[in-house]
Design a protein around this ligand. Structure first.
Ligand code: PAF
Length: 254
């Protein structure tokens, strides 16, 4: 497995599948890598904690990082090349052009500027790696919708694949941020998937989920229209950790 840190070192190859990540890899990322390995001749994983998608500096600083472990996992999953640039490789001092998705509701409203940062970095990764397919997790359902819209609107020649959320046995969706949860917080965090799941099929899923949050403070609970699908999505804070999750209400995300 090759690790490169500059755009100049990236070799373009047909049949490439891209798995964009911010590292701190877990079984959810492994599922993306496995799907990419099955469907492509070559797998490239990007490893870049994208400053442009974080609102608060403290959140960016607290994001878990362990490159040595991430590279071991990537190697074990059969990744051919890891692109792990420094921030100024993707955002040099003179950088001045941004992609502005018009995504309201859910994460779009709760984290102003977040999808601008996600869309900009993903378009840059698509341009420098030129993958045939790119892999994203359904846990970030709105992110999938933003990227699909970007690809349609800007005619980017890449197929966007959405892979099912990976959960622990007790239902908690895997997230890089889970490492910040104490055992007691992790127990409380289970209230999120349980509330969302219990609301599927209710006459008013938003109200039903809110009523079942078991004391967890939501940033939002919303039915979010993703075009082909509608999901019930929520973000909660458990201690200082912000967690998101969603369940499908209608349609299909994949
Ligand atoms: O989902 C993530 O980890 C990030 O938003 C992504 C897609 C790698 C862009 O920085």
């Amino acid at each position: 497995m090759k690790v490169v840190r500059t755009i100049a070192e990236l070799e373009l190859e047909p049949g490439t599948g891209l798995v964009p990540t911010m590292g701190a890899l877990h079984a959810g990322h492994r599922a993306l890598l496995t799907a990419a390995r099955h469907e492509n001749d070559r797998v490239v994983m990007s490893l870049f904690v994208n400053p442009a998608q974080f609102g608060e500096r403290a959140d960016l600083d607290a994001y878990p990082r362990d490159e040595a472990r991430d590279l071991e996992i990537a190697e074990a999953e059969g990744v051919d090349l890891v692109f792990a640039p420094a921030a100024d490789e993707l955002y040099p001092a003179e950088f001045a052009t941004w992609v502005e998705p018009e995504q309201a509701g859910g994460e779009g409203t709760a984290r102003p500027g977040h999808f601008r940062g996600v869309a900009t970095v993903c378009l840059k990764l698509f341009n420098v790696i030129r993958p045939e397919r790119a892999y994203f997790g359904q846990k970030d359902a709105q992110q999938v919708a933003v990227i699909r819209q970007l690809v349609r609107d800007l005619n980017v020649p890449v197929e966007i694949r959405a892979i099912a959320t990976v959960r622990d046995d007790d239902g908690l969706a895997l997230s890089s941020r889970d490492v910040h949860l104490s055992p007691e917080e992790r127990e409380r965090a289970l209230g999120l998937p349980r509330a969302l799941q219990s609301a599927v099929g209710a006459a008013d899923p938003v109200a039903a989920a809110r009523a079942s949050l078991n004391g967890l403070q939501p940033d939002y609970v919303e039915a979010v229209d993703l075009g082909d699908a509608k999901v019930l999505a929520a973000a909660v804070r458990v201690g200082s950790t912000r967690l998101i999750d969603n369940v499908l209400l209608e349609g299909e995300i994949g």
